[in-house]
Design a protein around this ligand. Structure first.
Ligand code: 5GP
Ligand code: ZN
Length: 111
């Protein structure tokens, strides 16, 4: 997808160190961390919102969540973490390529 910053990161056009990568997803540090540990899990396939879900995209997200669970220890999240997917303007989504925020490394504020 043209002009999508996360597609450019996935393609390596914008350098961003990967903490994990496989054929379906990458995990990188958020450039503006909102917690001691703040990762972004970015599916490689571009889609913006959950309302674009189809069987293949649902499989991709299932895969991402399973992989996140496997990576908890590696990412230093064994003591717990928060999972967030912002959706659209009211949800505070600023990058229109669906991504999963992982926040942890400390006790997070209630909200
Ligand atoms: P959203 O607001 O769409 O849920 O999340 C987008 C996130 O991407 C924000 O937390 C923002 O800090 C992060 N971000 C935006 N541009 C970049 C970038 O170029 N590199 C990295 N690593 N994170 C980015
Ligand atoms: Zn994209």
């Amino acid at each position: 997808m043209e002009n999508c910053i996360f597609c450019k990161i996935v393609a390596g056009e914008i350098p961003s160190p990967r903490l994990y990568e496989d054929e379906k997803m990458i995990v990188i540090n958020d450039i503006e961390p909102k917690a001691k540990k703040h990762y972004l899990c970015i599916p490689k396939a571009h889609f913006a919102r959950l309302n674009e879900m189809d069987g293949e995209k649902a499989e991709t997200l299932k895969y991402c969540f399973e992989k996140i669970a496997e990576l908890e220890e590696t990412l230093g999240l064994s003591n717990g973490y928060r999972v967030m997917i912002n959706q659209g303007e009211d949800g505070g989504q600023t990058v229109a390529h669906l991504h999963i925020h992982l926040l942890g490394g400390e006790k997070l504020q209630d909200f």
